[in-house]
Write a protein that binds this ligand. Structure first.
Ligand code: AMP
Ligand code: MG
Length: 407
């Protein structure tokens, strides 16, 4: 039997190993804005217009030209609506009734809100001294013509789509979708709905993994369950390695006698690492098989989720062209004892909340063994404990990463 020893990589070295290899796909596609949410821009986008395009009113009121020794009364000579500007001239002693968003008549420079005037006989009377230039939005005050509004590598949010639309853009060029194959390995796995024989369990990783991967820009192919048989595993890998950008497997990468995936990678592909000083997830394996990047996740359901968030997701984002950014880490005071042995970087499941004084506190979400997926379902963050840390006493500040960072 092949000796399954390999170097235990630190979390940061494992990240470096991944980021030094995985780069963005080169192909792009053009999409209408309405299909581009959460897709990654493949080029900078420049605004061809000012937003707003014209100087306009920020309030409902009356537009006038401010002068020194402002007259106390002005005659109303017309109306300006959003989309229906007033086109006449506005002279001294005159004003125009104006609505929010209506273009400011060219001879005017200020708007008094209707609450600050009284209206009688088609004249307004200021009830407070008017302020020159008030309640006016200048052309280009949001976006100037020629400005870069979105950049290559940006994953488009709802706000980004709105910004792009506000400049009149209809289509954007984004990186193409990536194809990801899921393989679940294990003789013990049954599909929910089937009856469990003694020693069998339901394949939960399939559901967690496909749930984690359901994102715009990703096409998932489920290669099903492969049994603990080297030949069957090889067949499925040959098939997936031909057609997928990425293969993600669960199970079979540890050092047990039925763990064949690591061996297969060593023999038929390239293995860049197969042990990381992380808890949970030590047997995490990264390599290349035919045309695919390969992530071999351990079988334990919590290890699957943690290694996906910490290692796989950043790699997928790089592959999809996204500009790398670190997940936000927050400081929170831990409310109970957190058990930890020095040696590996721990990602414990936690429940954090805002205290009445605005500070954050975090509680471990129960026992931390890596088969207890329910602790993950209850949690809303990962608590990051450095490799050299031992037990963490109540009241100690710790770093947390909210799960929202992995959306
Ligand atoms: P392995 O990494 O293959 O040694 O599996 C580690 C643990 O994870 C074992 O207890 C397996 O039964 C369990 N496991 C493996 N695959 C799955 C799966 N797809 N769903 C749920 N548990 C799994
Ligand atoms: Mg197994």
């Amino acid at each position: 039997m092949r000796q399954k020893t390999s170097h235990l990589l630190s979390v940061s070295d494992a990240h470096t190993e991944i980021t030094s290899r995985v780069t963005a796909v080169s192909e792009t596609e053009t999409l209408p804005l309405e299909q581009a949410l959460q897709r990654v821009l493949a080029e900078d986008v420049i605004s061809k217009i000012n937003v707003p395009p014209h100087r306009n009113s920020a309030m409902d009121g009356f537009a006038f030209k401010a002068i020194p020794d402002q007259l106390e009364q002005l005659s109303i000579i017309g109306n300006a609506y959003a989309g229906k500007p007033f086109t006449g001239q506005v002279g001294t002693g005159e004003c125009v009734r104006i609505m929010t968003g209506a273009a400011l008549p060219p001879d005017t420079d200020s708007v008094v809100i209707q609450e600050n005037v009284t209206v009688e006989n088609n004249k307004i009377h200021f009830t407070a001294p008017p302020e020159p230039g008030r309640n006016v939005r200048d052309a280009g005050s949001d976006i100037k013509e020629g400005k870069i509004i979105s950049t290559r590598g940006q994953r488009l949010s709802a706000a980004d789509l709105g910004v792009l639309a506000s400049t009149g853009i209809t289509h954007v060029r984004v990186f193409r979708e990536i194809n990801i194959g899921i393989i679940n390995n294990g003789d013990e796995l049954k599909i929910p709905g089937e009856t469990l024989a003694y020693g069998e369990i339901y394949n939960s990783n399939r559901y967690t993994l496909s749930g984690l991967l359901q994102r715009p820009g990703i096409q998932i192919t489920d290669f099903g369950v492969v049994r603990d048989n080297p030949d069957t595993i090889e067949q499925v890998f040959q098939q997936a390695g031909d057609s997928m950008d990425v293969i993600i497997s669960s199970g079979g990468v540890s050092v047990g006698d039925a763990d064949h995936i690591g061996n297969l990678l060593h023999e038929l592909g390239e293995c860049y690492f197969s042990k990381v000083a992380v808890k949970p997830g030590k047997p995490l394996t990264f390599g290349r098989f035919q045309n695919s990047w390969f992530f071999g996740l351990p079988g334990n359901p919590v290890s699957v989720m943690v290694t996906f968030y910490i290692f796989v997701l950043p790699a997928l984002r790089r592959l999809m062209g996204e500009t790398p950014k670190m997940p936000l880490q927050l400081n929170a005071s831990c409310t109970g004892l957190l058990r930890k042995k020095p040696g590996r970087e721990d990602y414990q499941r936690g429940i954090f909340k805002t205290e009445p004084d605005g500070s954050l506190s975090v509680t471990g979400s129960g026992l931390q063994e890596s088969h207890r997926l329910s602790s993950m379902a209850q949690a809303n963050c990962l608590i990051v404990l450095p490799a050299d840390s031992g037990d963490v006493q109540p009241g100690t500040p710790v770093r947390i990463i909210p799960f929202t960072e992995f959306h």
